[in-house]
Design a protein around this ligand. Structure first.
Ligand SMILES: [Zn+2]
Length: 152
């Protein structure tokens, strides 16, 4: 069997022998491996030949056992997380009720506190002043700019 064609590339026979796992002598394997290491054309041909061969399938698929393990781990994470939160809530409620606390009382607010409408009015005023400042700035720009050339 000829390993190399006249143009120096591997023959189709040699590639087929490599793909099918035909027994080759050590020197031939070494020469083919050396050629495949630097020749992109033959490497592409070898890859194309390999793509047609069936892939090995595992005897036992690990998909089912993996899904079972993922589900078990998810359940464990959720239970540990919510168990810790529930224990925290129970502890807090026990402390609050066990201390004989009368009840929650909201802090007293001062009478002259600012209201929402006051805040809105102030915000409107500041926005108006900012907009008028911006308008003055652009008016000033229009006055200073030289007249546009060309166009009309
Ligand atoms: Zn080649």
């Amino acid at each position: 069997m000829d390993l190399f064609r006249h143009d120096g590339h591997l023959t189709d026979e040699a590639l087929a022998a490599l793909v099918t796992g035909m027994p080759l002598d050590e020197t031939a394997r070494l020469e083919m491996a050396e050629h495949l290491a630097y020749c992109d054309l033959c490497l592409q041909r070898y890859t194309d030949a390999l793509a047609g061969t069936p892939l090995l399938m595992p005897e036992h698929s690990c998909r089912e056992s993996l899904w079972r393990r993922v589900r078990a781990r998810t359940v464990r994470i959720f239970t540990s997380r919510y168990a810790a939160a529930a224990a925290g809530i129970v502890l807090a409620l026990t402390l609050v009720w066990g201390s004989g606390y009368e009840g929650f009382r909201l802090p007293e607010l001062p009478e002259d506190r600012p209201t929402v409408s006051d805040g809105l009015r102030k915000w409107n005023e500041s926005l108006d002043s900012a907009m008028s400042g911006l308008n003055e700035f652009f008016d000033g720009l229009g006055r200073q700019a030289p007249p546009a050339q060309g166009g009309n």
